[in-house]
Design a protein around this ligand. Structure first.
Ligand SMILES: [Zn+2]
Length: 504
């Protein structure tokens, strides 16, 4: 299946960084006509209606309550599991209940990796349990387990130094890197095992990719490379990584025992979940709003990405109930299998290839639904000017920023960077990576008011873009013709090489 091919390429080289973000200072260079400015301003009362209905009216608390019902019923929703499919059935029924249109699932072949037993124990210089959490796609240990000496490195550069690389053979390599940002530091998670394996290491223990820890382990996808032994790749806590470092710096011998079982099962059929409000004048033109429904198998995926998925379909539910049908079609997509590598998005790109030119704007929320501040977007200059004007209408919820990102936005929609204009929810997500991919990703991370505001913003922005007389401008050099299967693969390689792809 196509997505898997791209996935393997993507994961071989994945090294994400944060986008190059600059504040929008377009106002001076914008030359939108007074007619267009007046038209955008005329949506003020509509935005007010949306905000009032979501913050004070019949939809108040609705996004949170529906999401809580969902995650309490299904918990974690790992790619390839029956539970994910049951949760998709539930969502299709729910979106029908809310009277959304053309509700359906679209088949996607997805990976099925399963975690099993995970036991870590330090036996020297003292005995202690060590919390370990296998990274996605990791192999297990041999049945008898692994008992080996530990070698701690602070960076890939340190590992590559002769005295460290020579010492790595037969050892368990611990990565005690300094956390810089998710985008930079995630390289230790995605590449740590294969780089240690090149020097003959028998397992890799990677400090969890997070800026803060209360003895928390964080999973996430990792990838092996051809011609290198596949060794267990496990996350450990920041606390244990630092402790191992102290032992090593004192010259003390560290020995760890690992017993881990994982399984890679045959691919399964999953589905992207789709619902629409069909446009009144140009139904073939599409504004897409999205989040991913799958999650890792720890926590319940309330934040990543229940919040993003739920503000997306719920925004359409609000608009439908208010009788707000825009000229173009609004399409909510709840992606499947984002976590193992944007698998649902690649499948959508293939299935909907013939209508990509009709996708005028794509939106995705996958970096938290905390207090919204505006929109972070990738678009040409004129598109940026239009977004800046639209965001001015969101003063009532203090979410008026329009921030340009040259490096693309979103995770799933990043496959269309600089081809289709797109936007993600800009929100006060400083704590996002505290909870990300860990047991701590629960409903407690979210609150009803922030979700209401996020839904109101999402509904307002999507509605206006879908309804404006001017189609959202697509000022990019690339076109959807560049997104044929082979071209997309090339594009993914370029994006990875330029550190522009993010797996969130
Ligand atoms: Zn996510």
């Amino acid at each position: 299946m196509f997505g898997i091919d791209v996935l393997s390429l993507l994961l071989l080289l994945i090294a994400a960084v944060t986008s190059d973000v600059t504040d929008n200072e377009l106002d001076d260079s914008c030359d939108l006509s007074s007619d267009l400015l007046t038209e955008i301003e005329s949506y003020g009362p509509t935005v007010e209606t949306i905000i009032n209905s979501v913050l004070n009216g019949k939809f108040k608390g609705g996004t949170y309550n529906e999401l809580a019902d969902f995650v309490d019923k299904f918990g974690a929703r790992l790619s390839g599991t029956q539970n994910l499919e049951d949760s998709i059935d539930y969502m299709l029924a729910l979106m029908n209940e809310y009277d959304l249109e053309n509700v359906h699932g679209e088949d996607v072949e997805v990976p099925h990796w399963l975690r099993g037993i995970e036991v870590g124990e330090m036996v020297e210089p003292r005995t202690a349990e060590i919390e370990v959490l296998a990274l996605g796609s990791s192999v297990g240990t041999p049945q008898e387990g692994i008992e080996a000496e530990v070698l701690v490195v602070r960076s890939f550069d340190e590992l590559d130094e002769a005295n460290f690389s020579a010492a790595a053979s037969g050892k368990i390599v611990v990565y005690n890197y300094e956390f810089v940002s998710y985008g930079v530091s995630v390289a230790y998670r995605s590449q740590g095992a294969r780089r240690a394996a090149r020097y003959g290491a028998v397992a890799a223990l990677v400090k969890s990719v997070a800026p803060f820890s209360m003895y928390t382990t964080h999973t996430g996808q990792q990838a092996y490379e051809d011609n290198t032994t596949q060794i267990p790749a496990l996350a450990i806590t920041a606390e244990d990584a630092a402790m191992f470092q102290r032992y090593q710096d004192r010259g003390e011998k560290i020995v760890v025992k690992l017993n881990v079982t994982t399984q890679i099962l045959p691919d399964e059929t999953s589905r992207n979940s789709i619902a629409e409000i069909v446009g009144s004048e140009q139904p073939e033109k599409i504004v897409l709003v999205s989040g991913h429904l799958d999650s890792w198998d720890v926590g319940v995926g309330a934040m990543d990405d229940g919040g993003g998925a739920f503000i997306s379909w719920y925004a359409l539910a609000v608009l439908k109930s208010l009788g707000l049908r825009p000229k173009r079609t609004l399409r909510a997509v709840l992606w499947t299998a984002e976590e193992p590598g944007l698998v649902g998005a690649y499948a959508y790109n293939t299935t909907h290839y013939d209508e990509l030119d009709n996708h005028t704007f794509v939106m995705e929320s996958d970096e938290g639904t905390f207090t919204p501040q505006g929109l972070i977007y990738t678009a040409g200059t004129r598109g940026g000017c239009i977004l800046a004007e639209i965001m001015k209408l969101l003063t009532a919820i203090n979410a008026t920023q329009a921030v340009y990102s040259s490096g693309g936005v979103g995770s799933d929609i990043s496959i269309w960077t600089n081809v289709i204009p797109g936007g993600s929810l800009l929100n006060a997500n400083e704590r996002y990576f505290w909870f990300h991919h860990s047991e701590a990703d629960t409903m407690d991370v979210l609150n009803p008011d922030d979700l209401d505001k996020s839904t109101a913003l999402w509904a307002s922005v999507a509605y206006i873009i879908a309804d404006l007389s001017e189609e959202f401008p697509r000022d990019f050099n690339r076109t959807t013709a560049d997104l044929t299967k082979s071209e997309l693969m090339k594009k993914v390689m370029e994006s990875v090489a330029a550190n522009k792809i993010k797996l969130l």
